[in-house]
Design a protein around this ligand. Structure first.
Ligand code: SAM
Length: 389
């Protein structure tokens, strides 16, 4: 399937043509089932939710590990759709954003309905099917590797904070219990770290991109150790202060350790410094460029968005979203050259936002009429068009 195109047809059929893990970011605005003038917007509730479940599963299949899914939803269906997403263990709800679109219509009773919901999921979970068996395996491997206590292993993993107990002693907090209890699902970064430390059985080894991240972690750690640099030293050499301020003034932890545990990949800028300082080869350039989990500078930093207002420049679609809204999402969660999918393209807002931001896209739209509007709009759009909205 060619990229940077909007295809006319049913997204349930068209998505089948997309390979697993081929999409970096999904930005979409599905029918809310509120009777608007398009398909799947006027179904009995049960039927609507069954239909949603089909495309939700597909979205998960095509989204890459480390990728994200954003959906705009109305208050009428957001709760039920969130519950459907909860059934997918790979996905984690990162934010539930409220967009105050400021054009609410006030009926004869109640308050004006002026907001919409944006659910933001990331695909970063790692699913273990038989937790009890996994727990037993971890215990065996921990002892084999010489970690006498769980606490010792948690310390070596370097992912957890210590907490003070009532009696004054300190220990790592393990939430609902350690893996050995057979109750806890590991996160992606935990499984990466466990694999590094415990030489887990084949079935728990990371495959594909996860494996590549793991190899990157091992590579930079061995190069740093080879040069006998401490973490502090490497941070100063690559220009990474202990605390660094984001452009919007917030401070975040510099977190070099995250690069060696796979919790976070370096930004392309930091990676290029790292390459020079550690004399790295080019093998991981593609990984960093394409897989870096992005949360870039954007114009708001919390989960209530007071701008932009509803789109005023209408193109003949009843639920056209502002380009500015989708540009914010795309800027926050993708890099230039990433592939963005919108299976419910409508008038083409996602495609225009992608074009303006240098992202690739694939879009589907079932209505011939809206598909034509979207394609015409895309042809006519240039980098500056709509950008003030
Ligand atoms: C809420 S609108 C999207 C509006 C869009 N965000 C915009 O700014 O113009 C949802 C769109 O999904 C389309 N749609 C409904 N069922 C579909 C399906 N099975 N496959 C593809 N598109 C579908 C509808 O025709 C409608 O245009």
């Amino acid at each position: 399937m060619e990229i940077n195109k909007i295809y006319q047809g049913d997204c349930l059929e068209l998505m089948k043509q997309l390979p697993n893990n081929s999409i970096d970011l999904v930005v979409t605005d599905p029918p809310y089932n509120i009777g608007k003038d398009f398909e799947n917007d006027n179904l009995p509730k049960e039927e609507y939710l069954k239909w949603c479940w089909k495309w939700i599963k597909e979205l998960n299949r095509v989204t890459d590990v480390g990728g994200a899914i954003y959906l705009t939803l109305g208050w009428q269906c957001v709760a039920e759709i969130k519950v459907l997403f909860d059934k997918i263990p790979d996905l984690r709800l990162k934010n539930w954003i409220i967009w105050y679109r400021q054009d609410g219509w006030k009926g004869d009773k109640g308050f004006a309905q002026s907001h919409e919901h944006i659910l933001y999921f990331i695909k970063d979970n790692y699913l273990v099917k038989d937790l009890r068996k996994f727990g037993e395996h971890i215990k065996e491997k921990r002892i084999e590797a010489g970690y006498k206590t769980i606490s010792e292993l948690m310390g070596a993993m370097g992912l957890y904070k210590k907490i003070k107990r009532k009696d004054g002693s300190e220990d790592y907090f393990s939430g609902i219990g350690w893996f050995e209890s057979g109750k806890k699902q590991p996160s992606l970064r935990e499984i990466i770290r466990l694999n590094e430390l415990l030489n887990l059985d084949e079935e728990y080894k990371l495959k594909g991109k996860k494996e590549e991240i793991k190899q990157f972690c091992e590579y930079i750690r061995s190069k740093r150790k080879g040069k006998k640099y401490s973490v502090q030293k490497i941070k100063s050499l690559i220009g990474m202060p202990n605390i660094y301020a984001k452009d919007d003034g917030r401070n975040i932890d510099g977190g070099y350790n995250y690069f060696e545990t796979g919790f976070r990949l370096p930004t392309p800028e930091i990676y290029s410094n790292l390459k020079k300082v550690l004399e790295l080869n080019d093998n991981f350039d593609r990984l960093i460029q394409s897989n870096y989990i992005k949360f870039n500078k954007i114009d708001v930093c919390d989960d209530v968005w007071l701008t932009p207002k509803s789109e005023k420049k209408r193109l003949g679609h009843p639920t056209q979203k502002p380009v500015k809204l989708f540009k914010r999402i795309i800027t926050a969660s993708s890099n230039k050259g990433d592939l963005v999918l919108d299976p419910f393209m409508g008038s083409g807002t996602t495609a225009v936002a992608c074009k303006q931001l240098g992202r690739n896209f694939i879009g589907f739209e079932i209505s011939n009429e809206y598909c034509k509007i979207a394609n015409k709009r895309l042809e006519q759009s240039n980098l500056n068009e709509w950008s003030s909205h």
